[in-house]
Design a protein around this ligand. Structure first.
Ligand SMILES: [Zn+2]
Length: 539
């Protein structure tokens, strides 16, 4: 393994030393042109729902037209309008708590906060609490923290995190699915407590902040599992008080969790009852996904869609900038660079003598920075038949600052797309590096994962750590990421942009032309969970 990687690196380094050809210079210039427009100050950081974002979306649609793609949004157009809702409180909600009929004073700003609701404008309810360990459920790893507990109409109280000893992306998947598991068990509320003493929870202050979600015509919301009416946070002090009068104290279950980190502490019913009355203020707006298609040429395969996508939105404007300070989150690399290289990959398709066999769907996503909302909405409301989406590559934040010689493909080890990326890279002297930050579990934290949840094999592609990439990543993540400095004053390596665009083209082309659709690998956790009946590839 090591030897193979080292050998590829030598080849790659030799390749990188050659000056770019005229063709590559043309590509680099076009990538630069797109990044410069999308990251310009005029677009004011492309915030979801802003005018700047709409102009960026119009630009992408216009480029799609110029390239020769066909509109694949709703109503025959380029866009799919995502219905967003911002929910906030005008007045703090009224919370009262009692233990054995005794009133316990509660400060909704400090003790327990309840997220504003995007599904119930006025919310009134009373409920008890049930401790559920980590609150996870999984058939393969035999976790069922809800077994034997009656959650009907109750609020599930879970420790943060998940048992150790699992691969990091599975652990992250379980940790981020808890409110879903709780709702499936019949709970109407979910409250997560910090797993360790002294560790701040998903802090109480944030719990009551305005939140943005998508809500469709049927009342379904992106981040609210069906049936869940309360998503809450509690301060450390109140976390302990929730356990007063129960069979065990919070301290005791925390100790239990520490003593054996591979299993959940057993759950039990808690004594307090809470009454909640809240009124949320709603502000509805839309922001578009931009969708174009290149129709496949093989009558037997053209109904399949391979997706290449990247998020077009970024963080907008800083509200706390002092006069004279840079207030615009330009998002040049996050993710004007991903969208620009996607556009160039589309151009590469048009320049070929033979069109791809499968159709290619190009999507610029909105709402990524708000919680992967645009991609999630698209995955739930696709403009092509859902089961026609056979595989997906997500381009997010390629660091075009150095002559990269490897890429990271998060999710490569779950499906045949990993081998496709490796093969496409090999033809260009680009290797596939190991996941440089497994602890971040990026496979479950990006737009593509919303399609994985619908059973679609997918990878998230980024430039890798080889050939001096690591210090660039370290510096970018420490200083530039999600700051106004991610702008056009960075020394962007446009030749790297050209190579990245060409690689994206080759990957999508290989996925589109292969006789087999992309497949989950035999026995893969995510494939078995989200696409249990689909075809499998041998490992
Ligand atoms: Zn970002």
């Amino acid at each position: 393994m090591r030897l193979v990687a080292a050998a590829l690196l030598v080849v790659a380094a030799a390749g990188a030393a050659q000056p770019p050809s005229n063709v590559e210079q043309d590509i680099a210039r076009r990538v630069r042109a797109d990044v410069e427009f999308l990251a310009s100050d005029s677009l004011e950081g492309r915030d979801t729902g802003s005018k700047g974002y709409v102009i960026a979306a119009e630009y992408v649609a216009s480029q799609f037209r110029a390239i020769g793609l066909e509109p694949a949004g709703e109503k025959g157009g380029w866009f799919l309008a995502v219905p967003f809702r911002r929910a906030s409180y005008e007045k703090q909600p009224v919370l009262t708590m009692s233990v054995d009929g005794r009133q316990v004073p509660l400060d909704p700003a400090k003790d327990i906060t309840v997220r504003p609701s995007v599904t119930e404008k006025i919310r009134e309810l009373s409920a008890g609490f049930v401790f559920v360990g980590y609150g996870i459920r999984d058939a393969r790893y035999k976790f069922d923290d809800y077994r034997g507990l009656d959650l009907k109409g109750k609020i599930a109280v879970a420790l943060s995190g998940a048992p150790t000893g699992l691969p990091s992306d599975i652990q992250a998947h379980l940790a981020s699915s808890k409110d879903r598991f709780a709702a499936e068990a019949g709970a109407i509320g979910f409250l997560e407590l910090p797993r360790n003493d002294g560790q701040r929870g998903n802090s109480v202050g944030r719990g009551g902040r305005p939140l943005v979600d998508w809500v469709d015509g049927a009342g379904k919301a992106g981040s609210v599992p069906p049936g869940l009416r309360l998503q809450m946070a509690a301060s450390g002090e109140w976390a302990a008080r929730l356990f007063e009068g129960a069979t065990k104290s919070l301290d005791a279950v925390r100790k239990e969790a520490k003593a054996n980190s591979r299993v959940s502490p057993h759950g039990f019913t808690l004594a307090p009852l809470i009454t909640v009355r809240s009124e949320s203020k709603w502000e509805d707006f839309t922001s578009p996904e931009v969708v174009g298609v290149l129709k496949g040429s093989d009558p037997a395969l053209a109904a399949d869609h391979v997706v290449l996508m990247g998020h077009l939105d970024h963080l907008g404007m800083r509200t706390d900038a002092k006069p004279g300070e840079d207030a615009i989150y330009n998002g040049a690399l996050d993710n004007a660079a991903g969208v620009a290289t996607m556009l160039e990959a589309a151009r590469q398709f048009m320049g070929q003598p033979v069109p791809p066999r499968r159709s290619i769907l190009f999507i610029a996503n909105t709402g990524e920075e708000r919680g992967l909302l645009g991609a999630d909405y698209y995955a739930n409301h696709p403009t092509v038949p859902a089961d026609s989406i056979v595989g997906l590559v997500d381009l997010d934040m390629p660091l075009l600052l150095y002559p990269f010689t490897d890429v990271t493909a998060f999710g490569a080890d779950h499906s045949t797309i990993g081998a496709t990326v490796a093969e496409a890279g090999r033809t260009m002297g680009i290797s596939v590096g190991p996941d440089p930050m497994p602890q971040e579990a990026l496979f479950t934290r990006s737009d593509h994962y919303r399609f994985v949840r619908r059973g679609v094999p997918a990878v998230l592609l980024m430039t890798g750590y080889a050939n001096g990439g690591k210090p660039y990543w370290d510096a970018f993540l420490a200083k530039t990421y999600h700051s106004p400095q991610d702008d056009l004053t960075q020394k962007i390596d446009w030749d790297a942009g050209a190579r990245y665009a060409l690689l994206n083209y080759r990957i999508a082309r290989a996925m589109a032309d292969s006789p087999q659709r992309p497949m989950w690998l035999q026995g893969d956790y995510f494939g078995d969970l989200f696409d249990p009946n689909g075809p499998r590839a041998a490992r």
